[in-house]
Write a protein that binds this ligand. Structure first.
Ligand SMILES: Cc1cc2nc3c(=O)[nH]c(=O)nc-3n(C[C@H](O)[C@H](O)[C@H](O)COP(=O)(O)O)c2cc1C
Length: 362
C-alpha cells in the first residue's frame, strides 16, 4: 500500500497492490470504516465536517476486485487554510512542524500537510480490503477499542470476546462515542475528554486491538516477524508513542513459571483437536509466527499537541514566541484512532496470510 495526499490538498489517495482477484468490493463497503473515522461524528471529536466519500478509481470490475492495483480517492472538503496562517512561522510544540522544516527546508503548514492524520482516510478505506481478505481466507476478524483515557481504565476481561457492536453501540442502542466497550468507564472517559476540551487542553490514552480466527503459522522467523511488522504498522500512525503485545511490559517482573502459557488441546465442532494455550500472555505470536491464539496488542496514543491555550515556542528564526493553535482539533485522539489501528493491523495480517499462501507446504 502507498498513499499520497495532504490535509488541505484536493484529497488523499491510496494504491493497494497484490489484492487477490474476485473479492466483492464496493464503495459502500469502504464507507463503513470511513464513517467510524470521520471528523464531526460526535461532540468529543473535531468538528471539521467531511463527507469522506470514497471513490474507487481502479482494480474493481462488476463489483469484484480484478487482481490489479486498487486505487481509492477520498476528497477533502472542509479545509480552512486561514486557520493555520498564524503557525506558518511558528513551531507547534509536540507537532511535526520543526522536524519537517529540518528535513525539507519548508513545509505545507496548512493543517499539518502530510503529517496530518487526514492522510489516514485513504489507509482506513484500504483497510477494509485487508479485512475482507482476512474474512474470506480464514474467517479472521480485527476489533479495536479504547482501554484508557487519562487515568480512566476500562475493564476488558477477554479481548477476543469484544464485538464490533459493543465498540460502536452502548447496550441501550445509542452510539458508543468513545469506543470503549466498558460503558461505566466510557461515561467517565467522555466526562474527562469534555473537561479537557473546555479547559482548552487535550488528553492521551490507550487502544487495544484483538485479532481472532488467525491460523497458526503466519509470519517470518527473523526480519519480518509478524510482531515487528505490526509494531511498524502501528508506529506509522500519527501520535503513537508505544506498542505492546500480550502482557507487554507486564512481563518484566514475572517469573518464567508464571509467565509461560501452557499448551493444551481443544476440540473443534467436528471433533478435530487443535493445539491452544490455556492463557494468552504471549499475545498470539511466538518466534515471530502466529500460534493460532488471538493476537492482542495495545498502542499508547499521546494527547493532541495543537492547543487553543497559550504555549511557549520559538519562531523559524529561533526567536522566543507564544502560540495558540486555531483550527478544529480532537481533544482526545483515541475514538477516531480505532479504525486506523484496525486498518493497519488488518493489512499486516492479510499480507502475512498472502505470503504464507505463496510458500506453504501444507
Ligand atoms: C485520529 C487522529 C487525529 C489527529 N488530529 C490531530 C489534530 O487535530 N491536531 C493535532 O495537532 N494533531 C492531531 N493528530 C496527531 C498528529 O497528526 C501527530 O501528533 C503529528 O503528526 C506528529 O506526529 P507524532 O505525534 O507521531 O510524532 C491526530 C492523530 C490522530 C491519530
Amino acid at each position: 500500500m502507498t498513499t499520497a495526499g495532504e490535509s488541505h490538498g484536493p484529497g488523499n489517495v491510496v494504491i493497494v497492490d497484490g489484492v487477490p482477484p474476485g473479492i466483492p468490493l464496493a464503495e459502500a463497503d469502504l464507507e463503513v470504516d470511513l464513517q467510524r473515522r470521520r471528523p464531526g461524528q460526535s461532540h468529543i471529536v473535531t468538528q471539521r465536517k467531511e463527507a469522506d466519500a470514497p471513490e474507487i478509481l481502479s482494480g474493481v470490475f462488476e463489483g469484484r476486485t480484478t487482481g490489479t492495483s486498487v486505487a481509492v480517492l477520498v476528497r477533502n472538503e472542509d479545509q480552512r487554510s486561514r486557520d493555520y496562517g498564524d503557525i506558518k512561522d511558528l513551531y507547534r510544540p509536540g507537532h511535526a512542524d520543526y522536524s519537517f522544516d529540518a528535513k525539507y527546508g519548508f513545509r505545507d503548514y496548512r493543517g499539518g500537510g502530510r503529517s496530518s492524520a487526514r492522510e489516514t482516510t485513504a489507509r482506513v478505506a484500504a483497510g477494509v480490503i485487508a479485512k475482507k481478505i482476512m474474512e474470506h481466507a480464514f474467517g479472521g476478524r480485527v476489533v479495536g477499542y479504547v482501554t484508557q483515557v487519562g487515568d480512566i481504565q476500562a475493564n476488558i476481561p477477554d479481548p477476543a470476546a469484544v464485538t464490533l457492536k459493543a465498540v460502536e453501540q452502548r447496550p441501550d442502542g445509542t452510539p458508543n462515542i468513545v469506543r470503549c466497550p466498558d460503558v461505566d468507564a466510557a461515561d467517565k472517559m467522555i466526562q474527562l475528554i469534555e473537561e479537557c476540551r473546555k479547559a482548552g487542553d487535550s488528553i492521551g490514552g490507550a487502544a487495544e486491538i484483538a485479532v481472532t480466527g488467525v491460523p497458526a503459522g503466519l509470519g517470518e522467523p527473523v526480519f519480518d516477524k509478524i510482531k515487528a511488522d505490526l509494531a511498524k504498522a502501528l508506529f506509522s500512525l500519527p501520535a503513537v508513542l508505544g506498542v505492546e503485545y500480550g502482557i507487554g511490559f507486564g512481563c518484566v517482573n514475572m517469573r518464567g513459571s508464571e509467565h509461560n502459557d501452557i499448551f493444551t488441546t481443544q476440540a473443534n465442532a467436528s471433533g478435530d483437536k487443535k493445539i491452544v494455550t490455556k492463557s494468552n500472555r504471549h499475545g498470539g505470536i511466538l518466534g515471530g509466527i502466529t500460534t493460532g491464539m488471538p493476537i492482542v496488542l495495545r498502542a499508547a496514543v499521546k494527547p493532541t499537541s495543537s492547543l487553543p491555550i497559550e504555549q511557549q515556542t520559538v519562531t523559524r528564526e529561533g526567536e522566543p514566541a507564544t502560540i495558540r493553535t486555531k483550527g478544529r482539533h480532537d481533544p482526545c485522539l483515541l475514538p477516531r484512532f480505532i479504525p486506523m489501528a484496525e486498518a493497519m493491523v488488518a493489512f499486516v495480517v492479510a499480507d502475512h496470510w498472502l505470503r504464507w499462501r505463496g510458500q506453504a507446504s501444507n
